[in-house]
Write a protein of this length. Sequence first.
Length: 157
Amino acid sequence: MSQVNAVALDDIEAAFARLSPAVKGRMAQNARLFHPELRGAGFSVLRVVLLHSLRGPEGELTVSDIVCDTHMDKSVVSRQLKDLKAWGLIQAERSEQDARVFFVSPTEFALQRFKEIKSTTRADYLDAFASWDPSDVTELAALLTRFAEKVEEKFRA
């Protein structure tokens, strides 16, 4: 691989720094649309549950899966799940094979709300990318996904 240009790396870091407040603000806004007390950690947990249900792999989602996907401590995830369940956003069922294992899934209310929120978010992104060539948007998605996977890989190490 050729040597990466230091200026390009600085530009990437600057772009992420500019985007970060907007992304955090959007996530906080979306969290409040689910429940007024839902904050960042809880929204991250809920998002994993929702995405698993909508497009995830076959099979049940466990608390351990959520811990792995969110990179949060199990106690933090458990606390968030307790609140999400109390607010009617998730269901947690004990495994019949292993009483220590809980399977987590979203409620119908949470799924419907997520679809509504996703529709609004998608419309905003479509507007932002209106002047872009569709292949550039596809390439950006692929590159960001590849970058995120590499960062997560490093984070797990």
